[in-house]
Design a protein around this ligand. Structure first.
Ligand code: SF4
Length: 420
C-alpha cells in the first residue's frame, strides 16, 4: 500500500440537492445472503479514510464532496471531535485484531485535513498511534491540497511517521483553472511552495506522491513534465468523476484515452521510468495476470472504509458523485464494528469482482484488465451500477494501446537477446 490514496478533495459550492433514489443494483437486486451461501467471503478493510475536517480552503470545480449529488457534508460536524477519532481508532484496532491484519493504512482526509492545524493534528495522531499501533503496523497518510503545509505542520506529521499525498492537476494553468480559491484565484503558486518544502531533504521521507485529475484541455506532455518536476514517489492519474447521467462531455470518441496514451508513450519510453504512475503500472500488471491496486482498473476487491466527521461508517466517498446518500451504510463507529458493513450491498458489490459486472463487460475481452473501470463511473439513475464505465471507450483505447506497446517491446527484446 503506497502512494496517495486516489481521492480528490475540494471545497464548498452551492448546488441543489436532488431527491434520493436508491438504485436497483446493487441495493435491491444483489443477493448478499446468496453470495455467502455460495461461499463468498468479504475482504477485510485495510484502508480507513478519516474525514477529519469537512471544510476546504479551495473551491475546486470538480469536487464531488461539494459540487455533486450528495450534500451530506452540510449536516456533519466541521471537524472530527476527539471522542469520534478515538472511537474510530478503537474500531480499526478491533477490525485488525479480528482479521489478524498485519498492516492497516489510515488516511486523514477532508475537506482539507490540514485545516485542523498542527495543534489539532498532534492529539489526533497520538491517539490513533496509541490505539492501533499495538495491534498492527500502522501506515498513516494524509491527502491534502498542500496550501497549509509549513514547517510546524510537517514536524508534527514527521514525528508520527505520516506520509503526505498532494493534489496537483498538471500544468500550473490547468491547476488554476480547476483548483481555485473561493474568490477565483488559482492555487498553483501555493502548491508549488508546499511541494518545494515537502521535497526538501528534511521532509522528503514524508512525501507519498501526487494525485492529478486528468484535464484533457491541457497538453499531456506539458502536464506530465510539470508533475515529474516534483519527483513524486507515485503519481496517480484520476479520471474526473462522471457517470451515465452526468457524462464527461461528448462521447463521440475517447479523448481521455487519447490523452493518457500520450503520457503513457512518453513514460514507457523512458528507461528507467523516472516516476511510478499507478494507473499504467496497474494496467500492465493486470495484462500480465496480476492483481490491480486501485479502483480504476481490474477486479480486485475494494477494501476501503470511510469514517465521516460525525462517526458514520460510509462507503468510498467518490460515490457522492452519483446520488445523495450513495455512501451511507447506517452504521457508526460508536455502535458498530466495521464488519457490520459486510452485509451492505454497496460494500459487497465492490468486493465481488466479476460478479459485479454487467453482461456487456463480462463478454468484453478486456474485462480482467478494465474491470468495468471505476465503480462510481458505472452509475445510471434507477438502474444503478450494473453498467460499463462511462469511460468505456477511453479504457478500451488505453488498454489496447498498452497491450500493443508492451507486446512489441517484449518481442523486440526477445529478438535482440537471440541475436546477442
Ligand atoms: S467498461 Fe468497456 S472496456 Fe471495460 S470491461 Fe466493460 S465493456 Fe470492456
Amino acid at each position: 500500500m503506497d502512494g496517495p490514496i486516489p481521492i480528490v478533495i475540494g471545497s464548498p459550492v452551492t448546488v441543489a440537492t436532488p431527491a434520493v433514489r436508491r438504485p436497483r443494483w446493487p441495493d435491491a437486486e444483489l443477493d448478499v445472503a446468496g453470495l455467502r451461501a455460495e461461499g463468498w467471503r468479504p475482504t477485510p478493510f485495510r484502508d480507513f479514510v478519516l474525514k477529519v475536517h469537512q471544510r476546504c480552503n479551495l473551491a475546486c470545480d470538480y469536487c464531488y464532496v461539494y459540487t455533486m449529488a450528495d450534500q451530506s457534508w452540510r449536516d456533519r460536524p466541521m471537524a472530527m471531535a476527539p471522542e469520534t477519532w478515538r472511537a474510530a481508532a478503537g474500531r480499526i484496532a478491533e477490525h485488525a485484531r479480528t482479521h489478524g491484519l498485519s498492516r492497516v493504512r489510515v488516511i486523514l482526509h477532508g475537506g482539507e485535513p490540514l485545516l485542523l492545524g498542527a495543534s489539532g493534528l498532534a492529539p489526533l495522531l497520538a491517539d490513533l498511534t496509541a490505539t492501533i499501533a499495538p495491534v498492527t503496523t500502522l501506515d498513516l497518510q494524509l491527502q491534502t491540497n498542500g496550501l497549509l503545509l509549513d514547517e510546524r505542520v510537517l514536524d508534527v506529521l514527521r514525528s508520527h511517521g505520516v506520509r503526505v499525498g498532494v493534489s496537483l492537476d498538471g500544468t500550473a494553468e490547468a491547476n488554476d483553472r480547476h483548483r481555485r480559491f473561493a474568490d477565483g484565484r488559482g492555487s498553483s503558486a501555493g502548491v508549488d511552495r508546499a511541494l518545494r518544502l515537502l521535497t526538501a531533504p528534511a521532509h522528503r521521507a514524508a512525501y507519498a506522491g501526487l494525485l492529478a485529475t486528468v484535464d484533457i484541455t491541457q497538453d499531456p506532455v506539458e502536464a506530465y513534465r510539470n508533475l515529474q518536476r516534483y519527483a513524486p514517489p507515485v503519481l496517480d492519474f484520476l479520471l474526473p468523476h462522471a457517470n451515465w447521467d452526468a457524462p464527461p462531455g461528448p462521447r463521440a470518441d475517447a479523448p481521455y484515452g487519447e490523452w493518457l496514451i500520450k503520457v503513457f508513450d512518453l513514460w514507457y519510453s523512458e528507461r528507467p521510468q523516472p516516476i511510478r504512475i499507478r494507473l499504467f503500472e496497474d494496467v500492465i500488471r493486470l495484462i500480465l495476470g496480476h492483481g490491480g491496486r486501485s479502483e480504476q482498473a481490474g477486479l480486485s476487491p475494494v477494501a476501503v472504509a470511510v469514517v465521516e466527521s460525525d462517526g458514520a461508517i460510509e462507503q468510498v466517498d467518490s460515490l457522492k458523485s452519483a446520488y445523495p446518500g450513495a455512501c451511507e451504510t447506517g452504521l457508526t463507529v460508536f455502535g458498530d464494528p466495521f464488519d457490520a458493513a459486510f452485509t451492505n450491498p454497496g460494500v459487497v458489490a465492490r468486493q465481488i469482482g466479476l460478479r459485479a459486472l454487467c453482461s456487456t463487460c463480462r463478454s468484453c475481452p478486456l474485462h480482467t484488465v478494465c474491470g468495468a473501470g471505476h465503480y462510481a463511473h458505472r452509475y445510471r439513475a434507477g438502474e444503478g451500477f450494473l453498467n460499463p464505465t462511462v469511460y468505456c471507450a477511453d479504457m478500451t483505447l488505453l488498454i489496447r494501446h498498452v497491450i500493443s506497446v508492451v507486446s512489441d517491446d517484449v518481442r523486440q527484446r526477445l529478438a535482440a537477446s537471440h541475436r546477442d
